[in-house]
Design a protein around this ligand. Structure first.
Ligand code: MLT
Ligand code: MN
Ligand code: ZN
Length: 307
């Protein structure tokens, strides 16, 4: 099973269009110490021809241009994208659906019910697409493994995640089960697994178990410090207010680094969905050195894995 990182950045990407923080400035004008990153998405394939897109980034078209292997060119109109799985209804994970409207058949879309609800009301992409290619609705049930016809050898399981519904959702203040999921992605033939969760505020025992069972974890790398946005004067919100667990622990609560430390040494640990303010993005930074010394990697666009 192949896993391709299409976009390793959080909402806004890197550089963010209106941001002049040190990372965005370096990504825009620097000497390569901070690599540009597009917004949050990965693709998974069993055969290297048919791909399951996990999250549809606002940068989808640029990502597809950067990855010609996702265009098998079997017909005059064709795409390797066989289906899309959504882990939440956040703008950085769903806006790219609009860019798939030229499909000639309905788009197989997999998501939990609350996500379909948001995408039919607050951000009505699903009814809107009915005027273009249409959507084939496949509702995901938490903890119930499912397969997708174009990749029968891959088993997906949605794990409930403690995070946030999007700012536009009526459930922003109190999320419902299914607003946010992590995905266990298993190569059925080999039994090897990846766990993908780009947004999580805390790790339940089910999340810890999923992480323990995976050879590759791709997890929330949004913020280094919980008060990162406040410290930079960019927001009045802490990481948890936005549905994210910072890498550094605070007030006695372990951070993502401590959580990853509990995994076996052989597990490949990769931070993904990295906000443009995060100092780990600069590979000369002290924070990046801390991560690397603990065997944790920082995802970049184009990174790929065989699981
Ligand atoms: C988030 O995960 O909090 C997002 O990146 C927000 C957004 O897309 O604006
Ligand atoms: Mn996001
Ligand atoms: Zn910035």
């Amino acid at each position: 099973m192949k896993i391709q990182i299409l976009g390793s950045g959080a909402g806004g990407g890197l550089p963010q269009w209106n941001c002049n923080c040190t990372n965005c400035t370096s990504a825009r004008h620097g000497a390569g110490e901070v690599r540009p990153r597009t917004q949050s998405s990965i693709a998974v394939s069993e055969n290297g021809i048919d791909w399951i897109l996990i999250n549809a980034s606002p940068d989808l078209l640029a990502q597809l241009r950067a990855h010609p292997e996702l265009q098998p060119a079997r017909a005059i109109r064709d795409s390797g994208i066989a289906a899309v799985v959504l882990i939440d209804a956040q703008i950085d994970h769903v806006t790219g659906l609009l860019m798939l409207r030229e499909r000639t058949t309905p788009l197989p879309l997999y998501a939990c019910r609350p996500v379909f609800d948001d995408l039919s009301s607050g951000f009505p992409i699903v009814p809107l697409l009915s005027h273009y290619c249409g959507v084939e609705r496949n509702e995901i049930t938490l903890n119930e493994p499912f397969a997708i016809p174009a990749a029968k050898g891959i088993r997906f399981t949605a794990i409930e995640i403690d995070s946030k519904a999007p700012p536009y959702s009526p459930r922003r203040a109190a999320s419902a089960p299914g607003d946010n999921i992590g995905l266990l992605i298993e190569n059925v033939a080999s039994g090897t697994r990846a766990f993908y969760a780009p947004g999580l505020t805390s790790a339940s025992s089910a999340v810890r178990e999923a992480m323990q069972s995976a050879q590759l974890v791709l997890v929330d790398g949004t913020f280094w410090r919980s008060t990162e946005m406040i410290d930079l004067g960019l927001s009045d919100k802490e990481a948890a207010d936005m549905g994210h667990l910072a890498q550094c622990g605070h007030d006695g609560t372990p951070g993502m680094v401590q959580l990853l430390d509990t995994l076996p040494r052989t597990t490949r640990k990769v931070l993904i969905h990295i906000n443009n303010t995060n100092p780990i993005l600069n590979h000369h930074s002290a924070e990046h050195a801390v991560i690397r010394a603990r065997g944790i990697e920082v995802a970049h666009d184009g990174m790929h894995f065989q699981v």
